[in-house]
Design a protein around this ligand. Structure first.
Ligand code: TNX
Length: 489
């Protein structure tokens, strides 16, 4: 039972096995939202490799040869995302308070089956699940991954693939970086050139394109069905050359710059002193908020090197108010701690050697998401010879990215101020899903464990053995991963 990532809170094995067979039935609690869909998800995950199309029906009873997904009798201490999984020789029962908890129990079952279960062609099995009991719940509420689709665009299908991989590791926040100097990737009906022209550019050699609002709805729905909240980001007031190049009036000098396809940062800014800028922000935020069922909207705020400190604060405070006026909670990169409304924001700590910004955020009552670049930036090279990625925050081998803890990363920021962790993946050097997968795996699995599993028991020597077992799963899934020499594959 031991190779589950993220490691469950407690496992006790009883030495026997349950066998998934062609006539195994899935039962789910009737009249509980989304639970049927979780049962259906399990059927779909099991079908390609087993060839079985298991039946799914509403019932709270546990009979021999069934997998029961139930909310009946769930302890309140399991919370919103926890589950209890009992596997005996003749049945499997997952108990949780919510469909999300049942969904995580299902991900655990997938990982207890042989690695071949992730294959897309039918295999003989046998499809054994070891017996025993697992009780599990997450340490942190925010377990995220970010994809930069602005430097290089990734299609809706690419994003769905990433969401599937995230769900397998119980990640629950998908932050999508939708606009930057090199490209604007989301249709905004009130400012149509943003996507039409701003989408028709990328980093040199990257992919161009944009999501229509319908595409974006498709991404949101797919994420929701995997209990993942989408957090859309429009980076402001810097990182905006794509928008500036479409609309001259957003520039302080009324002149649109040329589209940009390099990899420099910190050179562009919205015109802080023009009222049209705030009309623009309001229109964009309004449309984005309407497309986003989740509570969060990310407004960037990093590397505004073209903007004075006073202007930066003035701009971000107004942007904050605009986000609040559309009913959303603002998320920003660490620099957002400087604004007066900081107590209500989620600040994403990325400048790994700037403790004072993180402390300022915590002291003002903000919640922090830990994304220290030297640990969790998935675009950092693994080693000098890694062909993809950058190295400004150092080389980040698999062990480095696993061996740290959110609660003691910044002295003076207590665990109670920390909402969770998130792994950003910037796409300056990425061109395809194969590239994305190579930089994300194996590191993303370890970051998921940091977000979910109890901190005190984690250690690399034990983790690397579990991680090694996931190599075969990624091979079955067709995931292109980095075969680090640190891991005994
Ligand atoms: C810094 S991290 C940036 C991004 C770059 C990244 C490259 C952050 C908030 N800003 O604009 O893509 O470095 O690693």
């Amino acid at each position: 039972m031991g190779n589950i990532i993220p490691a469950p809170v407690s496992i006790s094995a009883s030495g026997d096995s349950f066998m998934v067979q062609a006539d195994t039935k899935i039962f789910y609690s009737p009249n509980v939202v989304d639970v049927r869909a979780v049962g259906q998800h399990l059927v779909e995950r099991l079908k390609p490799a087993t060839g079985f199309l298991l039946s799914v029906s509403p019932s709270d009873s546990s009979a021999p040869n069934t997998i029961l997904l139930t909310t009946k009798g769930a302890e309140s201490s399991l919370g919103d995302e926890g589950y209890l999984l009992k596997v005996s020789g003749d049945r499997i029962v997952i108990v949780a308070n919510t469909a999300a908890g049942l969904f995580y129990g299902v991900q655990t079952i997938r990982q207890m089956l042989p690695a071949d279960i992730e294959n897309t062609v039918i295999r003989p099995g046998p499809w054994r699940v070891a017996t025993g009991t697992i009780r599990d719940e997450p340490r942190f509420a925010w377990r995220g991954a970010m994809l930069d689709v602005a430097r290089s665009f990734f299609t809706v299908d690419n994003v769905k693939r990433y969401l599937d991989l995230m769900a397998y590791y119980k990640l629950n926040r998908f932050h999508i970086h939708l606009a930057d100097d090199q490209g604007w990737r989301i249709e905004i009906k009130s400012w149509p050139k943003l996507a039409l022209r701003g989408g028709d550019n990328s980093v040199s050699g990257g992919n161009k394109g944009f999501y229509t609002q319908k595409d974006f709805g498709d991404i949101v729905a797919y994420a929701q069905s995997r209990f993942i909240t989408v957090v859309p980001e429009i980076d402001m007031p810097g990182h905006v050359n794509a928008a500036l190049s479409c609309y001259p009036e957003l520039n302080a000098n009324d002149t649109a710059p040329a589209p940009y396809s390099g990899i420099e940062v910190g050179f562009s800014s919205l015109a802080i002193h023009k009222e049209i800028t705030y009309k623009f922000v309001d229109d964009v935020v309004k449309e984005l908020a309407a497309m986003t069922p989740g509570p969060y909207l990310h407004i960037g705020g990093d590397e505004a090197q073209k903007t004075s400190e006073t202007d930066y604060i003035r701009f971000m405070e107004r942007a904050y108010d605009i986000v609040a006026s559309h009913g959303k909670r603002a998320v920003g990169w660490g620099e957002i701690a400087k604004i007066k409304q900081a107590s209500n924001v989620v600040a994403q700590h990325w400048i790994y050697d700037n403790d004072s910004l993180a402390k300022m955020a915590a002291d003002k009552g903000a919640k922090l998401v830990m994304s220290p670049a030297n640990k969790v930036y998935l675009d950092m090279k693994y080693k000098e010879s890694t062909a993809l990625g950058q190295d400004w925050a150092g080389l980040v081998e698999v062990c480095d990215s696993y061996s740290w803890d959110p609660a003691d990363f910044v002295k003076g920021v207590p665990e109670t101020s920390i909402l969770g962790v998130e792994a950003p993946l910037w796409s300056e050097t990425l061109r395809s899903m194969r590239d994305v997968e190579y930089m994300a795996f194996p590191r993303l699995a370890g970051i998921a464990e940091i977000g979910w599993s109890p901190g005190h028991e984690r250690n690399w020597k034990e983790y690397k053995l579990r991680l090694a077992a996931h190599g075969a799963r990624w091979t079955s899934m067709g995931v292109n991963f980095y075969r680090s020499k640190q891991v005994p594959w």
